[in-house]
Each structure stands twice: as structure tokens, then as C-alpha cells.
Design a protein around this ligand. Structure first.
Ligand SMILES: [Zn+2]
Length: 383
């Protein structure tokens, strides 16, 4: 039997979704639209209470259950409802087998291509009366600003453990690994002194930081680990030895062990610098005070190559003429957060290019291939 998605309807759905404004924390309208569409398809729709917690105008993340013709654990399909800015008043243009924006906004294919594919897959299952297991759809809020929707998702409602995130660029790439990321915030309190009269009585917070950084491995630390200092604030005038300095950095690694080692190394460098600048002034010991915070931004994405979703997507890609590569990402997505909750959901590409820019575009052929791959994966799961 030749099972095909309706490519025209898929594209129409996409074009409808991109004109519903949904910049991060303003997902109210699109959440209502999607919940209604899912209900029309016969889904049981649950909306959690994440919206209030994170400051969105939407009630929450959508968790919708689509019954199977056979029983078993549901296969999970997830995309995020928000877009980056500028995402208001998108005017999509279709030409040369591509969809672009009008040039003054992003397109929002990140991630409305995923939302459209999920709706089309359910429509196809229903319309063609196909044999399949249950499916759970997870549409999240605010992925773009720290995956706050996924972090506040009501996981008690999720009944499956295998699935797919649809939120990557090229259709031939399936992300199975992503880094753990820690923020690294440093506050250095030096000792102020008049720079013209008695600089030797002060401790420059900037010089302490410079010493620490000169001892530190930053940038590309190893194949799996990177580190970057991106923000510096300190001092106000030139005639005072700089009394304080604030630095913001981050470190990422595909290996949580290596990340822990890097964070320890960074802390040690600041401790050494503090020691080097400790001195006696007027019979008293003065030293820089250093405070460091290293909150977890998100954990690793780590889906084994042998996970059911990976195997099924590989087979479905082959069937649909896509030469799929398994890849590691340097960034994070909802899949990282869900992975920490035991959900094994690799992230499939959908034919989206130049995300987060006004030049963002969707390759229609790849988009349709991605939909076919998702459909075949759902059909094969639990068979
Ligand atoms: Zn995205």
C-alpha cells in the first residue's frame, strides 16, 4: 500500500501557522488554535499550567493524546510553539520550492514546520484509517529562551518514553547528542584606593580577573568541551583602583564529567589569582573576595544509537530517499530537557535554513520528506 501525506495540505497548514504571531511568551493565540485543531482530530487535549509560571500569555504546554488502533505505549512527537523576534506580522512568500518571509521578519519555520508536520501526520493516520499505536503530542512554550516550557512541563501526563523532537534544520540530520551547559558567574571584590595617591594600597579586581584568565583553558578546551567569557562589567572611574568586577561565562560539554572538571579548573584559577593578590597593607592582610555561581542551564541530550526512535527514523529516512546522519549539537533544545526526564527523543531536521534571521527559509521538498519520515516512524513504532 502506498501511504502518502497530503503535501498541499501540509504546506497550507504551515502557511496558516506562520501568520499567527507567537513570539516567546506570547503563545496564547497559537496555543488556542492548536488545541482546537487537535480536538477536531479526536485527541484528548490537556493543557498544563506552565504559562503562569514562566510569564506567558498562554495557559501552558499542550499534551494531546491520539488513540491508537492498537494498544501500547504512545510514541511522542514534540515541537515548540514560540518563535524568536522579529516574529510579528510574518508575510510568507512561496517561490522556487521555498517559503521565505517578507524580509522584515523571521519566517517562524523554527518551529512551525514541526507543528504542521505533527498535525498532518495525525490527519493522515485518521483519514486513511491506518493501523498505528497511540501518539502523544507535546507542544511546548518558550523553547527559545531557555526551554522554560519543557522545564515546567507536567511530565506526569506523559505516558511514553520514545519519540521525536521536530526542531532541527536539515532533514538528513538527526541529533542524538547535545551538551550539558553551566553558567559561570563571577563577582570579584577588590580593594578601592586612590590611583594617583596610593595605588599600592588597593587591589584591582580587573587584574585579579586577568590573572585568573591567563591561567585558564578557555575556548575549545577539548573535542567535547568549550568555555567562553562573554560579559564583563566593572569600575566607574579611572582614578580609583577598580574595586569590583563582574564576569559572566559559560562552559559546555557533551560529557558531564568533563564539564565538572572544567568548572573545577575555572574555580581553581580564580582561587590562585586571589592568593597571588593577597598582601599586607599598613599591618593588615587584604585580599580579593571572589564569589562564583555555576547554575545548570540544561543537561545533556544523550540518546543511544540503539534507541527505538533512532532505529525507526533511520529506516524511514532510507525508505524516503534521505541519507540520514546521526549528529551531536553544540546547542540545546527541548530534547535536552526531556532527556533529563528519561524521554529518549532525538531531534529531526525539517528542511529549515538560516533560523533566527530574517533570511530564514523552508525547503518544501525536505519539509515533505521530513513529514513522510515522521509518518513512517509512527506507523512502525510498537508494531
Ligand atoms: Zn527551534
Amino acid at each position: 500500500m502506498n501511504i502518502k501525506i497530503n503535501e498541499k495540505r501540509l504546506l497550507d497548514t504551515f502557511l496558516k501557522l506562520v501568520v499567527i504571531d507567537s513570539e516567546s511568551l506570547s503563545e496564547g493565540a497559537i496555543q488556542k488554535y492548536l488545541a482546537a485543531e487537535l480536538k477536531k482530530l479526536g485527541c484528548t487535549v490537556f493543557i498544563d499550567k506552565a504559562g503562569k509560571k514562566i510569564g506567558s500569555d498562554a495557559q501552558g504546554n499542550i499534551i494531546a493524546t491520539f488513540k491508537g488502533t492498537r494498544s501500547g505505549k504512545p510514541f511522542l512527537l514534540s515541537s515548540h510553539m514560540d518563535t524568536v523576534r522579529p516574529g510579528k506580522g510574518v508575510k510568507p512568500q512561496v517561490k522556487n520550492n521555498r517559503v521565505t518571509s517578507g524580509g522584515d521578519t523571521i519566517l517562524g519555520a523554527d518551529d512551525k514546520s514541526g507543528l504542521a508536520i505533527i498535525l498532518e501526520v495525525l490527519r493522515t493516520l485518521k483519514e486513511q484509517k491506518l493501523q498505528h499505536g497511540p501518539v502523544q503530542v507535546i507542544f511546548t512554550l518558550n523553547e527559545e529562551n531557555g526551554m522554560l516550557g519543557a522545564k515546567n512541563l507536567d511530565y506526569s501526563k506523559i505516558k511514553g518514553c520514545d519519540g521525536l523532537i521536530l526542531d532541527n534544520e536539515s532533514v538528513d540530520e538527526l541529533l542524538i547528542q547535545g551538551p550539558e551547559v553551566r553558567d559561570f558567574k563571577v563577582y570579584i571584590k577588590g580593594v578601592a584606593a586612590h590611583a594617583g595617591v596610593c595605588p599600592e594600597k588597593g587591589i584591582s579586581a580587573l587584574e585579579v580577573a586577568a590573572r585568573a584568565l591567563s591561567l585558564m583553558k578557555t575556548g575549545r578546551v577539548d573535542k567535547e568541551t568549550v568555555c567562553n567569557f562573554g560579559v564583563v562589567h566593572g569600575g566607574e572611574v579611572t582614578n580609583v583602583v577598580m574595586p569590583y568586577l563582574e564576569l559572566k561565562a559559560e562552559a559546555r560539554s557533551l560529557s558531564p564529567k568533563k564539564l565538572e572538571k572544567q568548572i573545577k579548573h575555572m574555580k581553581d584559577c580564580f582561587a590562585k589569582a586571589a592568593k597571588a593578590f593577597t598582601k599586607r597593607v599598613d599591618g593588615k592582610t587584604i585580599k580579593p573576595q571572589i564569589t562564583i555561581e555555576t547554575p545548570l542551564r540544561y543537561g545533556t541530550l544523550n540518546v543511544p544509537k540503539t534507541a527505538p526512535a533512532v532505529k525507526l527514523v533511520q529506516a524511514a529516512a532510507k525508505k524516503n530517499g534521505v541519507n540520514l546522519k546521526l549528529a551531536a549539537s553544540g546547542g540545546g533544545c527541548d530534547a535536552n530537557v526531556m532527556c533529563q526526564h528519561g524521554l529518549l527523543m532525538p531531534n529531526l531536521g525539517l528542511g529549515v535554513q538560516k533560523c533566527h534571521t530574517t533570511e530564514e527559509y523552508l525547503k518544501i521538498k525536505e519539509f515533505c520528506q521530513a513529514a513522510a519520515i515522521v509518518l513512517d516512524t509512527v506507523l512502525a513504532y510498537g508494531k
